[in-house]
Design a protein around this ligand. Structure first.
Ligand code: DGL
Length: 280
């Protein structure tokens, strides 16, 4: 099991913020990342549809013999995590519970704000996760449907997005939140702007680092951590290769070199995807 890759997926490139944290914490792991760019974004879609896409992709990743799957998308986590954890016999990790845990640890007044896509916020998954951790938590949720487009256009600051962000956040700031969960994989790229809007007294939580810690803990417990450095990274997309590579470098960094287009009906040979070890 040790030497099998980790599988990760998202509706597109957003989950690469999670992959960044996984690589930083576990540089020896081989990782296959799949972005469903052809059908993303998932946020505006019906949750049932997101559920169907997510099953399809988890099955696809299992076809590569992955040892663990990270659902690196809040909308997909909201749609499918619990069911997937029940039905598959390898560990499946989502991004909602790690973020919720980190927020409860950080919050002093137990007044926590959550922002995300319509799909995530509409599912109530963060409320459920937070209540399960500590039933004293008061949760203030807000869907921010315009944020993903801003990030994908590269517009992460300026007057326009500031006004939009203020409109989304003002009610929860007035309600006295002291912690804000960025419940969407795109939002860590808006951290500077969000900080400007919330002021320094509100802690911002990204689930990426916490998710990586959860993955490491699970693999360690099972004795499945890879010990043969360096890890190799494969980037697959169902959409446009060039767009994915360009945006991918913004989300993850220079490691996003070759991106391979796949159609979910057939698997390229794993070893040819992993290629030679890159010693750089
Ligand atoms: N990755 C998605 C999420 O975290 C954001 C992009 C989308 O709407 O698909 O919810």
């Amino acid at each position: 099991m040790k030497d099998r890759p980790i599988g990760m997926f998202d509706s597109g490139v957003g989950g690469l913020t999670v992959m960044r944290s996984v690589i930083d914490l576990m540089p020896d792991e081989d990782i296959i990342y799949l972005g469903d760019d052809a059908r993303g974004p998932y946020g505006p879609r019906d949750i049932e549809e997101v559920r169907r896409f997510s099953w399809e992709i988890i099955d696809y990743l299992l076809g590569f013999g992955v040892k663990l799957v990270v659902i690196a998308c809040n909308s997909a986590t909201a749609a499918v995590l619990e069911e997937a954890q029940r039905d598959y016999d390898i560990p499946i990790v989502g991004v909602i519970h790690p973020g919720a845990r980190a927020a409860v640890r950080r919050s002093k007044r137990m007044n926590i704000g959550v922002i995300g896509t319509r799909c995530t916020i509409g599912s109530g998954s963060y409320e459920d996760a937070l209540a399960r951790i500590d039933d004293r938590v008061a949760v203030f949720s807000q869907a921010c449907p315009e944020f993903v487009d801003f990030v994908e256009r590269g517009e992460v600051n300026g007057d326009h997005i500031y006004e939009v962000a203020l409109g989304y956040l003002e009610p929860m700031l007035d309600a006295g939140i002291d912690t804000l969960i960025m419940g969407c994989t795109h939002y860590p790229l808006l951290e500077g702007l969000l900080k400007e809007v919330t002021g320094p007294e509100v802690s911002l939580i990204s689930s990426a680092d916490e998710t990586a810690v959860e993955v490491r803990d699970i693999l360690e417990r099972l004795g499945w951590l890879r010990e043969d450095p360096p890890g190799r990274h494969v980037f697959l997309t169902t959409g446009d290769v060039d767009k994915c590579a360009e945006l991918g470098r913004t989300f993850l960094g220079p490691e996003v070199r070759g991106v391979v287009q796949v159609d979910l009906e057939s698997h390229p040979v794993l070893e040819s995807l992993l290629g030679e070890k890159d010693e750089s």
